[in-house]
Design a protein around this ligand. Structure first.
Ligand code: ARG
Length: 429
C-alpha cells in the first residue's frame, strides 16, 4: 500500500485517521469529502485535512446527483427499511464509495479508507461497493485495525501533531447527516426504553411545540416532485425547503429498533422531514394512478430494494434491474398532492392527476352512477365458484369421509342473542 484515498468528513476521528494512516503504513493520504447536503460539509475541511498531513484534499459537491440518482429512485420505489427507515445514510454510501474509487483511479492510489467501525452497516456498504467497482483496491478501516482511540486520546493525538480540531462541539451521539435525513445513535439512546432526550433532535421541533397546521401542495412528474406550492424548484432546493417546513412542524421523527446487517439490533433516532412528507405524498399519488396489481407488486419491490440498499448492494444487477422496473412503472405517477403538516403528522388531504384511474361515475353512490349493478350478480357467481366448491367438498363431504375437523364452528349458539317475535312485542298478529 503506497497511496490511500480516505473518505474524510473533517470530524475528529477522520482527522486523526489521516495522520494515523501515514504513521502506521507510511502511505500518502489523499482525502475525499463529499457534500451530500443536510450540513454534511463542514467549513474548513480542506485546511484541516492538510493540517492533518493529507497530500491532497478533494471536496466534491454531490448534492444534486445524490438527490436525483439516489433519493429519487428510493422515493419512487417507496423504499423504507423494515417499513420504517427512509435509508438516508444507506443511500449516500454507494455514492461516496463510487467517488472514492474514481479519485483512487485518478490519483493512482492502491487503496481507499473509511472511518467506520467494525460493528456497523456502513463498513459493509463501503467495502462491498468499492470492491464491486474496483476489486483491485484495498480497503482499510483504521477503526477496525487498531486505531480505536477514546475522544480524549484523539484530541491529544491531534494536538500533538498540530492537527486543527473541528469547531463543532462534541455530541453525545454518533450522527450521520445528508439531505435525505439525519441518523443518530449511541449514548443514552442505547437503552431502547429511554425516551430520546430533546438534544437527540436537531432538524425537527417537538410536535407539541409546532405552530398551527399548514397545507403544502406538491406536484410530481413521473414519480418525482418538481414543484412546491406552485413554484418549480430544482431537486436540492425542493428537498431543502420541505425539510425546513416539515421540520418546523415536528414532522419526520422516527424512533426505531432496527436489525443491522451484522446481526445486531440497534436503536436509532432518525429525522427525515422531507422524506416523510414526500413518501406519503408519492404513495397517495400512486394509489390514484396505478392499478391494484401494480401497487401490490410495487410493495414487494419496495421491500426488496430497501433490503438491498440497506445491505449495501446498490451496485448489484438486481438493484439496478429493480430500479429499471420502478422507473418504467413511474411514468404515469404525475399530478398534485395536498399534504397537511399538523403537529408532527403529515397527512394527505387531496390528490389529483390527469392520469388518474379514479372514475367518479363508477365510484359514486349518488346520481350519475354508470356502474352496472346487475352485472355484479354474474361476476360474483363466477368469482365465488372456487369457494363454493371447496366448502361443499371439504366441508360437508369431507366430514362424511372422516375428517376430524369441522368446516366452521357454529357461532349463534355461543353468542348472546335476543329474539323478538310479534307476540312478545305486543303486536297483534
Ligand atoms: N443505522 C443506520 C444505517 O445503517 C444509520 C447509521 C448511521 N451512521 C452513523 N455513523 N451514525 O443506515
Amino acid at each position: 500500500m503506497k497511496k490511500v484515498v480516505l473518505a474524510y468528513s473533517g470530524g475528529l476521528d477522520t482527522s486523526v485517521a489521516v495522520a494515523w494512516l501515514r504513521e502506521q503504513f507510511g502511505v500518502d493520504v489523499v482525502t475525499l469529502t463529499v457534500d451530500v447536503g443536510g450540513g454534511s460539509l463542514r467549513t474548513g475541511v480542506e485546511g484541516r485535512a492538510i493540517s492533518a498531513g493529507a497530500s491532497r484534499a478533494y471536496v466534491v459537491d454531490a448534492r444534486k446527483t445524490f438527490v436525483r440518482d439516489f433519493c429519487w429512485p428510493n422515493l419512487q420505489a417507496n423504499a423504507r427499511y423494515q417499513g420504517v427507515y427512509p435509508l438516508a445514510t444507506a443511500l449516500a454510501r454507494p455514492l461516496i464509495a463510487q467517488l472514492l474509487v474514481e479519485v483512487a483511479q485518478r490519483e493512482g492510489a492502491d487503496a481507499v479508507a473509511h472511518g467506520c467501525t467494525g460493528k456497523g452497516n456502513d463498513q459493509v456498504r463501503f467495502d462491498v461497493a468499492v470492491h464491486a467497482l474496483d476489486p483491485s483496491l484495498e480497503v482499510v478501516a483504521p477503526m477496525r485495525v487498531g486505531m480505536g482511540l477514546s475522544r480524549d486520546q484523539s484530541i491529544d493525538y491531534a494536538a500533538a501533531r498540530g492537527i486543527e480540531l473541528p469547531i463543532t462541539k462534541s455530541s453525545p451521539y454518533s450522527i450521520d447527516v445528508n439531505i435525505w435525513g439525519r441518523s443518530c445513535e449511541t449514548g443514552v439512546l442505547e437503552d431502547p426504553w429511554a425516551a430520546p432526550p430533546a438534544d437527540a433532535y436537531a432538524w425537527t421541533v417537538a410536535p407539541s411545540d409546532a405552530p398551527p397546521a399548514v397545507d403544502l401542495l406538491l406536484e410530481f412528474e413521473g414519480g418525482v416532485p418538481v414543484s412546491l406550492d406552485g413554484e418549480r424548484l430544482d431537486p436540492v432546493a425542493l428537498v431543502e425547503r420541505v425539510n425546513e417546513l416539515a421540520g418546523a412542524h415536528g414532522v419526520g421523527r422516527i424512533d426505531h429498533v432496527e436489525d443491522r446487517l451484522v446481526g445486531i439490533k440497534s436503536r436509532e433516532i432518525y429525522e427525515s422531514p422531507a422524506a416523510t412528507v414526500l413518501l406519503a405524498a408519492h404513495a397517495a399519488l400512486e394509489s390514484l394512478t396505478l392499478t391494484k396489481d401494480t401497487l401490490r407488486f410495487n410493495r414487494r419491490v419496495a421491500d426488496e430494494l430497501a433490503q438491498l440498499t440497506y445491505d449495501g448492494l446498490w451496485f448489484s444487477a438486481l438493484h439496478r434491474d429493480l430500479r429499471g422496473y420502478v422507473a418504467s412503472a413511474q411514468r404515469v405517477v404525475s399530478g398534485e398532492v395536498r399534504v397537511r403538516l399538523d403537529h408532527g403528522s403529515a397527512v394527505v388531504t387531496g390528490r389529483r392527476s390527469p392520469l388518474s384511474l379514479y372514475e367518479k361515475n363508477l365510484a359514486t353512490y349518488d346520481t350519475g352512477d354508470s356502474f352496472d349493478h346487475a352485472s355484479a350478480v354474474g361476476f360474483i357467481e363466477i368469482f365465488g365458484l372456487p369457494l363454493r366448491t371447496e366448502a361443499a367438498r371439504h366441508g360437508a363431504v369431507g366430514a362424511r369421509h372422516g375428517a376430524a375437523w369441522t368446516w366452521t364452528d357454529p357461532l349463534l349458539e355461543r353468542l348472546e342473542a335476543s329474539v323478538t317475535d310479534p307476540v312478545a312485542a305486543g303486536t297483534p298478529s
